[in-house]
Design a protein around this ligand. Sequence first.
Ligand SMILES: NC(=O)NC1=NC(=O)NC1=O
Length: 172
Amino acid sequence: KPISVVNSMSYEDFISLFGNVIEHCSLCAAAVWRDRPFSDVNSLHKSFCQFADQLPIGGKEGILRLHPDLAGRLAMSGGLTNESTKEQQSAGLNTLTDQEKKTMHHLNQQYKQKFGFPFVICARENKKEAILTGLERRLNNSGETEAVTGVEEVKKICRLRLLDIVDSSSKL
Ligand SMILES: NC(=O)NC1=NC(=O)NC1=O
């Protein structure tokens, strides 16, 4: 969609179009609508990032808790959103060996046990090996660090999902 069409949308249409660019966070889109008109997809992304950044730590953790595990129960049962399904497949998470599945599940559990929110990484920018090493490495971080790191990954996921919707060449 051209950015001019995005800028002329009612907030209902804007929310239905962008309600999942941050996974299950239609609130983000509902808030970002007020920043229109957007000059291009970058300024639209910037608004989403600013909304996430100004959230208190509890809100940041809340955004992370809305994300499905990588190669988790939901993924195995085909219960992911369309976007997450494609993203997890692109990282090769649908072709994990039984051993890799067990390792991923165990590390995800450990991570959630420690932080109280799931491990989030931009799957379209990582293959399964990098995801597993990232999970192991980040397990050693503090909760504060991981809440911020996770939101940085959410911003990357958001940018790629926005680029799937908005013509990146269109400018105000
Ligand atoms: N826990 C996650 O990182 N989930 C995901 N990352 C993505 O890029 N897509 C997901 O579903």
